[in-house]
Unconditional design. Structure first.
Length: 115
């Protein structure tokens, strides 16, 4: 089967490539985008990736003198703030992905005459 004899096959393959590209872009963003947040007092700063994995932690000089419990609370607060940022970004990106995939699927149905 050649694309010359079956133009719908070539169009279907193009739509498949568009779908794959949209999904690969989403995966790339999830694996490369980072989010940085602090605790309320800005004594702890954390950086996480799109999957919420901790990639960096900075603790202000002198904070450790306040004790492990205080440090723990502030680290957890910063992590929680970072998770909120990740969730918001992921929700927005998910919505854009769904809209993109719906647009591609709609174009595919229209061009290929699918019901």
């Amino acid at each position: 089967m050649s694309a010359d004899r079956h133009p719908q096959m070539a169009e279907a393959l193009e739509f498949g490539q568009q779908l794959q590209s949209a999904l690969e872009d989403e995966m790339y963003r999830t694996h490369t985008e980072t989010f940085t947040a602090t605790d309320e007092t800005k004594t702890v700063e954390v950086t996480v990736d799109g999957q919420r994995n901790l990639t960096d932690l900075r603790i202000e000089d002198g904070l450790l003198r306040l004790g492990a419990e205080t440090v723990q609370q502030r680290v957890n607060e910063a992590l929680s703030n970072a998770a909120v940022a990740v969730n918001a970004a992921n929700e927005a990106q998910h919505q854009r992905l769904v809209e993109s995939l719906a647009g591609i699927a709609g174009s595919m149905k229209e061009k290929l005459g699918l019901a």
